[in-house]
Design a protein around this ligand. Sequence first.
Ligand SMILES: [Mg+2]
Length: 243
Amino acid sequence: MRAKEIVPSKLVIFDIDDTLMHTSAKVNVIDPEGKLVKELDSAEFAQFDNDPVIKQTMQDNGWQYDFGRFRSAQEFYDHSVPIWPIVHILKQDLNAGNKVVMVTARADLDDKNTFIKTFKKAGIPMNKIHVYRAGNVNVKASTSDKKAIIISGLMKSGNYKEVIMYDDNLDNLHSFKALHQQFPHTKFIAHQVDPHTGSTNMHEAKKNYHFAGDRVGQKTGPAGQLKGKSRRAARAGDLVGGC
Ligand SMILES: [Mg+2]
């Protein structure tokens, strides 16, 4: 036990795929006969998993996800390339004494040590960081909602004045910011990461933030569905992605 326990007032959450690491992980969509329908990278999978229309199509056709390659720690170790600007931010947060966690869409990988070694290779001290796996959350919900469930639990177990999330996926960030209603006295900052450059675009959750129908910046989210404040924000570019 350390002589002086500092209670962190900031919780900082990092996504893994396309936020901390470029990865080659693929999720396969297979039909009832086991034939490959489509191969998805992590960004495509996030889009699929958060889209209710695609979900319905999958259900209607009996298609399922095959996470075999997504669970391979060796594939993760061999093919992950750190996104250095974000890795650097993570290290700075650790040095500042903030509570740092990773929250991934993945379920458990098949070899924890090899998985952890991948981060150690990038100089990330994994003895200080817990990796929460939304793929292990056993409820029928999208990845973004599962991530929000994990984060809500973390918020309840700490006393944070500020919570910050880095993620490349806009749906995940929207679900995160919607938690502000549950924790109105905490400042919520969302950073959308551009996986190609490692640059970020910051959004702060405003009071009365609404998630429903608010999918600014996504091709699937028609701006016509947005109401009042959200529509004005969209016009002003307040929530739209970019560097
Ligand atoms: Mg990601």
